[in-house]
Design a protein around this ligand. Structure first.
Ligand code: ADP
Ligand code: MG
Length: 730
């Protein structure tokens, strides 16, 4: 008798799948990219042609320089935006925002308004563009909003362009917005990001000014390289763990994993490529500058990377990338998995966040340049980042701390939970020279004098590029590699912007004082840099971050090693953290606390969902299948006995192994049920700690027994699609 119908049906459906029956022709296939690109975006080009000159200039001033927006401008922009969207078939608009769920949210309103004559006209006023009132009581607020004051409002972010989203049955104008409580407190991921970008701009400009720059705004640039898995939808539907937790909670290691290293940069399967091409087309229309695609290390794992942009826009765009990939994958019978560790024993997914600072004249402040003047300026910004990471590595760790990323960090495929900086040999050598105050360098053979010496040209793409480092300098930007694949890049950007703003503030204060006292800027820098480097050098590590030796070395250096989310999150509410975010107006103390509560709550909920799923799958899928097989084996032995033949030892051994392992599973389920139902007293941290210390180990024990049974039970009885099937049948 065939028991495992769902799994068998999945395999049958996949083997008869063909690209032909599905979406053989992309409707925009023959459109030139230049026509397609940003065709669904109300961008600067569109504004220039559709807005009166003075309105366009006012808006542009807000977008480029962060100037406050003149309210009289809003009505005119709203009308132009509505007309543009309606010409493209839009009937509705939505304020598009990013609440603390980590996803995006929208509430659609129609452009329709009834008039006195009982007819409907189209309307969209400036006030509706600028402010919206979603019923927000169900979004996480971490205690900021009691339900009696549950309303929040959304506020237009003119610095990220509006766009239209197409659906086969209608088109919607999406307006990027921030989301706040009525008391003005941030309830989202955009508000503090914008505040942190302002803070960084203000401080970075002070330093630029000392160098005689005419720039009037500095923004952070971000380029997130996004990793993900695509598996067949039929398998996904047969795995309750993937559907509800985004990762497999059971699954024995397949005979072939990634050890042959034959997937990385290999040719992309036809169906997957077709899906990628359509995804990219949709993203082009939204003005997302997607640049590269390739296979990743694990089977069925891929990467998509855009060209970097202003960090606010890049953050919105990365949300659109994740959502668009998911939506389009569905059309190809594929399921997108964004979880950091969908499959145990196989590489997980991260998101390398490339980060730099750029002024409004187009200069990358982390580009070494080739004149002594540019070199000096580069060294100041570099030292600022170094010092920031040395002082606030704990906060960078917080920015990537959540249940999903715990599976990946330190698992010898991703950087460890210890935050360190990679500079590479050449830059290390320069930094060493500067610290020694101009000592002779064996490599460059010269004495480093700021403002006089020319730095040796740094390799743009250093050959010794270190993939194990969580935070690496890669020629003209830093690459934060410990970011998780599913998370918004807002948090990591907020922390980077704020900690670097603080460093730049302190540096600017010292240098401004010196210059005001009539001293030479370069000698002031030359005097300051060794101090900054001495204070920060413990965070520099150019070696292999995966080794045990680094763990003990890091401990000797006093670098924090927060192994799990639970160890890391309390750093968010340390006095140092609250003072930092408060000083630069990024997050008030109440906002910091609310975020801390949300993060803990989220951790607890994630573990809770996973433990319930573990119990459900173990009891209702794995145990029944195992018992069926046990009785088959018992029956076979009984049959043999009935014929009078001797029962081979191997068969009774198999039966007893089954009996023992099933008992192991049942016992582990009992323990997990017991710890899951236990009531914990105390604050949110104690709850989350309990999840970490008690529930996770109990879950792991159930999995161990379950995976053992997968290796014993007859294949035709096994209910869950296996790793081998999910990763290799395409
Ligand atoms: P890889 O790290 O895979 O070798 P690249 O070095 O080409 O790839 O770039 C990776 C990402 O870094 C891309 O998204 C790119 O746009 C981004 N990037 C390049 N320069 C900057 C910058 N100044 N600021 C932010 N991101 C940048
Ligand atoms: Mg990279």
């Amino acid at each position: 008798m065939e028991h495992s119908t769902a799994r068998q049906n999945a395999i049958n459906a996949i083997t008869s799948w063909s690209t032909k029956g599905h979406r053989p022709n992309l409707k925009e296939k023959h459109k030139p990219l230049r026509e397609l690109y940003a065709s669904n975006v109300f961008n600067e080009e569109v504004m220039r042609t559709r807005l009166p000159d003075h309105v366009f200039k006012a808006l542009r001033n807000t977008i480029k320089k962060g100037a406050p927006l003149d309210p009289t401008v809003a009505d005119i922009v709203a009308t132009a935006m509505r007309e543009w969207a309606m010409e493209r078939g839009a009937t509705h608009y939505t304020h598009w925002f990013q609440p603390m769920t980590g996803l995006t949210a929208e509430k659609h309103d129609s452009f329709l308004a009834p008039n006195d004559g009982g007819q409907a006209i189209s309307e969209f006023r400036g006030s509706e563009l600028v402010r919206g009132e979603p019923d927000a009581s169900s979004f996480p607020s971490g205690g900021i909003r009691a339900t009696f004051e549950a309303r929040g409002y959304t506020a237009w972010d003119p610095t990220s362009p509006a766009f239209i989203l197409e659906n086969p049955n209608g088109i919607t104008l999406c307006i990027p917005t921030a989301f706040c409580s009525w008391t003005g407190e941030a309830l989202d991921k955009k508000t503090p990001l914008l505040r942190s970008m302002d803070a960084l701009s203000n401080q970075a400009l002070r330093v630029l000014k000392l160098f005689g720059s005419k720039a009037s705004r500095v923004h952070t640039t971000a380029g997130p390289e996004q990793e993900y898995f695509l598996i067949d939808k039929n398998f996904y539907y047969a795995r309750p763990d993937l559907i509800n937790a985004g990762r497999t909670l059971f699954g024995a290691k397949p005979p072939k994993g990634q050890e042959m290293e034959d997937h990385y940069f290999g040719s992309i399967p036809e169906r997957v490529l077709a899906c990628m091409l359509e995804t990219e087309t949709e993203l082009y229309k939204l003005g997302v500058p997607v640049k590269t695609r390739h296979n990743e290390v694990a089977p069925s794992q891929y990467e998509i990377a855009p060209i970097f942009e202003n960090a606010n826009v890049a953050t919105d765009h990365n949300m659109l990338v994740m959502e668009t990939m998911k939506r389009i994958a569905d059309r190809y019978g594929l399921q997108l998995l964004l979880h950091e560790k969908p499959f145990a024993g196989v590489n997980g997914s991260g998101k390398h966040l490339n980060w730099s600072m750029s002024d409004d004249l187009g200069n990358n402040l982390l580009k070494p340049g080739d004149t002594p003047h540019d070199n000096a300026q580069f060294l100041v910004y570099l030292a600022a980042v170094l010092r920031a990471v040395a002082k606030h590595g704990d906060l960078l760790r917080v920015a990537i701390a959540y249940a999903g990323n715990d599976h990946r960090l330190g698992a010898n495929e991703a950087p460890p939970a210890i935050i360190s900086v990679f500079l590479g040999d050449m830059l290390q050598d320069i930094v060493d020279q500067i610290e020694k105050g101009g000592a002779k360098s064996t490599k460059t053979g010269g004495t480093m004098t700021v403002g006089v010496s020319v730095l040796p040209t740094l390799p743009r793409d250093p050959g010794d590029r270190n993939r194990t480092s969580p935070f690496a300098f890669t020629g003209n930007k830093f690459e934060f590699r410990a970011v998780g694949s599913s998370q918004s890049i807002s948090g990591p950007n907020i922390v980077l912007n704020t900690i670097v703003a603080e460093s730049l503030d302190e540096i600017a204060t010292v240098l401004e004082k010196g210059v005001a006292a009539g001293k030479d800027l370069n000698s002031e820098i030359q005097a300051l840099l060794p101090k900054l480097i001495a204070e920060s050098k413990q965070v520099i590590f150019n070696g292999d971050n995966y080794t045990e030796a680094w763990h003990s070395e890091a401990e000797k250096r006093g670098l924090p090693n927060r192994r799990s989310t639970i160890d890391s999150l309390p750093d968010l509410i340390s006095p140092k953290s609250i003072a930092l975010f408060g000083k630069y107006g990024v997050l008030s103390e109440r906002e910091v606390h609310s975020r801390y509560e949300i993060l803990l709550e989220n951790y607890k909920k994630t573990v809770n969902i996973e433990s319930q799923l573990t119990i459900q799958i173990a009891k209702r899928m794995i145990l029944p299948a195992s018992l069926r097989y046990q009785s088959e084996v018992a029956q076979a032995i009984a049959n043999l006995k009935a014929t009078g033949a001797a029962v081979p030892k191997t068969q009774s051994a198999l039966l007893s192994e089954l009996v023992t392992t099933i008992e192991e599973l049942e016992t582990a389920i009992d323990v997990l049920e017991e710890v899951s139902e236990h009531h914990v007293d105390g604050d949110s941290l104690s709850h989350a700690k309990y999840s970490h210390d008690k529930i996770i180990p109990a879950m792991n024990a159930v999995r161990t027994a379950g995976d053992k049974l997968e290796g014993l039970v007859a294949d035709d009885l096994w209910p869950l699609p296996t790793y081998q099937e999910m990763l290799f049948i395409k």
